[in-house]
Every structure is written in structure tokens, then in C-alpha cells.
Design a binder for this molecule. Structure first.
Ligand SMILES: Nc1ncnc2c1ncn2[C@@H]1O[C@H](COP(=O)(O)OP(=O)(O)OP(=O)(O)O)[C@@H](O)[C@H]1O
Ligand SMILES: [Mg+2]
Length: 233
């Protein structure tokens, strides 16, 4: 197949079944094919348990498919070692998880800077300023030295969003980024994601139950029982 630089992600016939020694296998994804181009924005919607988080984890190389092919920027993920995958994740992908996974002993600012430490163990000089600006942007400029335990759930989620943006990823994978937020905070966070997509050409894949957030994306795909049910809603 001819290479096409505009393609960020290409999935072909991806299947996923969770296996464990003491339980029946759980089949979750049944043949997902998907092409994402640079600057695309996609909402993945569907009922609880249909495989959305599973798909997002596989897209971000945090989990591997049982069969099928996944290419990120033209590289077959199955051919890469775990350290190579870790480097790609850190440099290219911003993850926003369903739960925020902040480090309780670190301040807001420190949590945001963690992804910048991977190369040298020290945050680059401009990272702290970018972190402050982004935290200001999501309404947390006055919470820089607080710890996660001193914040509300929605505030923690906003910190996690800023952390996902700190390394200027080219791809953002967001799992229910606004699920824990009130309407106006959710709206401004959705706008921030849309702005990054529009102005910085950040490719965006968002799993959401919010029809409002989904409507802000360029395309919507519905997942049902591990398959996409329609090309475009
Ligand atoms: N590690 C695992 N081992 C076995 N089964 C799992 C595992 N992780 C998820 N599952 C099952 O796989 C199915 C899909 O889970 P997944 O988390 O992808 O759903 P989801 O669409 O993200 O749901 P939600 O909207 O509730 O977050 C569920 O039935 C879940 O119970
Ligand atoms: Mg989920």
C-alpha cells in the first residue's frame, strides 16, 4: 500500500479479546478498521461496556490487539519494542483517561510537568510557563501549589487535561474528558480541545457520552458490541 504522510493512524480488522487463566475470554472488539488523518477530530460514542476505552488504549499502544494491524505514522506498532512504544507515547500522544491518575504527593504544577521529565529528568525551561498558561486557561491558575487531594474531581480532571497537553502532542486520545465536569467547565474544555485541533492541527479522538462534545468533532462513529455501526452519523 502506498504510504500517505497525512495518515496518522490506520487500523485494519482489529480484534480484541481479554484473556485470563482463570476466566472465560472476554471478546470486546470484532474487526475495527479506521483511518485517521492529521488534523482530524473524531468522537467515538456508544453504550457503556461496548469497548470504547479498550479501543482507545489500543490506539495509544497501551494495550495490544488480539489480531489486526495498527499503524501510527506509518509504523506497525506490533513491530516496536516496549521502550520504543513508551518513547512514541511520550512524544506524540496526549492521554486523557476516564479517571485522572494524578500523583497525590505532587502539586498541580508538578503533576502537569511530569511528562516533560522523561528525557533529562528536568522540565525544560519553557515548560513551566506553558503549564501555568494552560492551567490559567482551564481556570486553575490559583491552584498551582495545591495537591490533588485538595481539589474537586472536576478540577483534578482539568489538571489531567493540561498534563496531556504539556508535551505538545500531535495526537490526543481522550476518554470521557468532560464526564466529571459541570456544564460550563465541560464546555470550555471542549472548546479548548477544538481550538487545539483547529489552530495547531492536533489530531483528536474523543470518547464521550456527551452529544454536545461529540457534535464539536469533525466526525462521529458509533461503537456497538465492538463494531462501528455506521460510517458517519
Ligand atoms: N482487563 C479486562 N479483562 C476482562 N474484561 C475486560 C477488561 N477490561 C475491560 N473488560 C470488559 O470489556 C468490555 C469493554 O470495556 P471498556 O472499558 O472498553 O468499555 P467502555 O465502552 O469504555 O465502557 P464505559 O462507557 O463504561 O467506560 C466490558 O464488558 C468490560 O467488562
Ligand atoms: Mg470506558
Amino acid at each position: 500500500m502506498a504510504s500517505d504522510d497525512s495518515i496518522v493512524l490506520r487500523l485494519e480488522d482489529v480484534h480484541k479479546q481479554y484473556e485470563s487463566a482463570d476466566r472465560e475470554p472476554v471478546p470486546v472488539l470484532h474487526g475495527i478498521s479506521l483511518t485517521i488523518r492529521r488534523g482530524d477530530s473524531l468522537a467515538v460514542v456508544g453504550p457503556s461496556g461496548c469497548g470504547k476505552s479498550t479501543l482507545l488504549n489500543i490506539l495509544g499502544s497501551l494495550d495490544s490487539p488480539t489480531r489486526g494491524s495498527i499503524q501510527l505514522d506509518g509504523e506497525e506498532l506490533a513491530h516496536l519494542s516496549e521502550p520504543e512504544l513508551a518513547t512514541i507515547r511520550n512524544q506524540k500522544i496526549g492521554f486523557i483517561f476516564q479517571s485522572h491518575h494524578l500523583l497525590p504527593q505532587c502539586s498541580v504544577l508538578e503533576n502537569v510537568l511530569i511528562p516533560t521529565l522523561a528525557d533529562t529528568g528536568r522540565a525544560p525551561a519553557d515548560a513551566s510557563e506553558r503549564a501555568r498558561q494552560l492551567l490559567e486557561r482551564v481556570g486553575l491558575g490559583h491552584r498551582l501549589t495545591h495537591r490533588p487531594g485538595q481539589l474537586s474531581g472536576g478540577e483534578c480532571q482539568r489538571v489531567a487535561v493540561v498534563r496531556s497537553l504539556i508535551n505538545r502532542p500531535s495526537l490526543i486520545l481522550a476518554d470521557e474528558p468532560t464526564g466529571a465536569l459541570d456544564h460550563s467547565t465541560a464546555e470550555s474544555l471542549g472548546d479548548l480541545l477544538v481550538e487545539l485541533n483547529r489552530d495547531d492541527q492536533v489530531t483528536l479522538i474523543v470518547v464521550t457520552h456527551s452529544t454536545e462534545l461529540a457534535a464539536k468533532m469533525g466526525a462521529i462513529r458509533q461503537l456497538l458490541d465492538g463494531r462501528f455501526v455506521a460510517d458517519n452519523l
